[in-house]
Design a protein around this ligand. Structure first.
Ligand code: COA
Length: 394
């Protein structure tokens, strides 16, 4: 197989569902902006040279339906010859899209592809607008449709992840993000137009746009005491709160992937190679343990051990499951290598975008620190984990 080189990897800010800067910005607009920015940042690449664009989305319906991977690429001005697809594996959709786009290059089927993700949790709520579980099979497979928050409670209860530990983890996530924001360390983040519609007295709306250049869920006012006061939201006497859960967020991200021949032809400097990607299933009612299965499977494929990995992005769907995975994988001594600029508890988890967003973050951090191997992983609704290994290019 050939190598697939990621030459550009960028993301929009993540902004709070319904309350944040992108609450009036349609998902197509977020995606169009990030696709065009990824193109602009890739020297000498013309839109006609891109073979296919694969976009992760967890709830591909309504405003982000109708194959947003194709719709957005046409709005973005790619020629009609550039095809587009929408990819869904819930929370790993963006990473799945990057891996599929990379595989096309590895197989020799494409020279240049784009993999990315988008989710507006404002426009399309988690669960979709009209969930319709199968009426007979739901009885036997109720866990497949369980609230993600309940699965986080299950992990906390079954594996003894205390409320105190969840809150301490959430506090660290917020503080790392506050520091990174202050120091301007999100080099993968691109300022993104945000629309604001205001209702006028005559019933019409006015629209104003501004450039949003920061993740607006980060709370520099977070304290351990404040987190401890929050009530559990998913279960009576539970431990999972708004403070130790990932935030529901709007955002988009994209990576440009190409063959070695194309890298040479365009004279671009690649950032990293996607070396391996894998997924693993687990019990749906504790879906958060997914990375504890996917990461060992990934490392075994690669012939590496956790000690070989210089940086980790392990999605913080919930503090309970992230902590469980970190403990099970024996990574407690490596906290300074995990989610170094904060995770989804502070920065948000725009479902289908997250895999592509974490790729952009991981690659930027691997470059900044000169780290050879980085791993990205996340749990997935329905009971799965995904994990990918990236290798920095010299
Ligand atoms: C947990 C959840 C239901 C909370 O939703 P929400 O109420 O809209 O959450 P918010 O972030 O707006 O926080 C609500 C309140 O909690 C408090 N709060 C949240 N984070 C806080 C913090 N770090 N410190 C102190 N208070 C905090 C605030 O009072 C906040 O209200 P405010 O924004 O008006 O100040 C939602 O974030 C969620 O569903 N998360 C999980 C998403 C998920 O399942 N993803 C898929 C995973 S597989």
């Amino acid at each position: 197989m050939r190598d697939a080189y990621i030459v550009t990897s960028v993301r929009t800010p993540g902004c709070r569902r319904g309350k944040g800067a992108f609450k009036d910005t349609r998902p197509e607009d977020l995606l169009v902006h990030i696709l065009n920015t990824a193109m602009d940042k890739t020297a000498n690449l013309e839109k006609k040279d891109v073979d296919d664009i694969m976009i992760g989305c967890s709830f591909p319906e309504a405003e982000q339906g109708l194959n947003i991977g194709r719709v957005a690429n046409q709005i973005a001005g790619f020629p009609v010859s550039v095809s587009g697809a929408t990819v869904n594996r819930f929370c790993s959709s963006g990473l799945e899209a990057i891996s599929l786009a990379s595989l096309r290059v590895m197989a020799g089927w494409s020279e240049v592809t784009i993999g990315g993700g988008v989710e507006s949790m404002t426009f399309v709520p988690m669960g979709g607008n009209l969930p319709r579980p199968h009426p007979e099979h739901t009885i036997q497979h109720a866990d497949l449709y369980a609230s993600m928050g309940i699965t986080a409670e299950n992990v906390a209860n079954r594996y003894n992840v205390s409320r105190e530990d969840q809150d301490a983890f959430a506090y660290e996530s917020q503080m790392k993000a506050v520091k990174a924001q202050k120091e301007g360390l999100y080099t993968e983040l691109v300022p993104t137009p945000a629309a604001k519609y205001t209702l006028q007295a005559d019933g019409t709306y006015t629209r104003e746009d501004h450039l949003q250049d920061f993740d607006d869920g980060v709370r520099d006012t977070t304290t351990k005491e404040g987190l401890a006061k929050l009530r559990a939201v998913f279960a009576v006497n539970g431990s999972v709160t708004a403070g130790n859960s990932s935030q529901t967020t709007d955002g988009a991200a994209a990576s440009v992937i190409m063959s070695e021949a194309m890298v040479k032809k365009l004279g671009v400097k690649p950032v990293a190679k996607l070396k391996f990607y894998t997924t693993a299933g687990c019990e749906p009612d504790e879906m958060g343990v997914g990375p504890a299965y996917a990461i060992p499977k990934l490392l075994s494929l690669a012939g590496l051990s956790v000690k070989d990995i210089g940086l980790w992005e392990i999605n913080e769907a919930f503090a309970s499951q992230a902590l469980y995975c970190i403990r099970t994988l024996g990574l407690e001594d490596s906290m300074d290598k995990i989610n170094i600029h904060g995770g989804a508890i502070a920065l948000g988890h725009p479902l289908g975008c997250t895999g592509a967003k974490l790729c952009a973050t991981l690659l930027a951090n691997m470059q900044a620190r000169g780290v050879k191997y980085g791993v990205e992983s996340m749990c997935i609704g329905g009971g799965m984990g995904a994990a990918a290994l990236f290798e920095l290019c010299e």
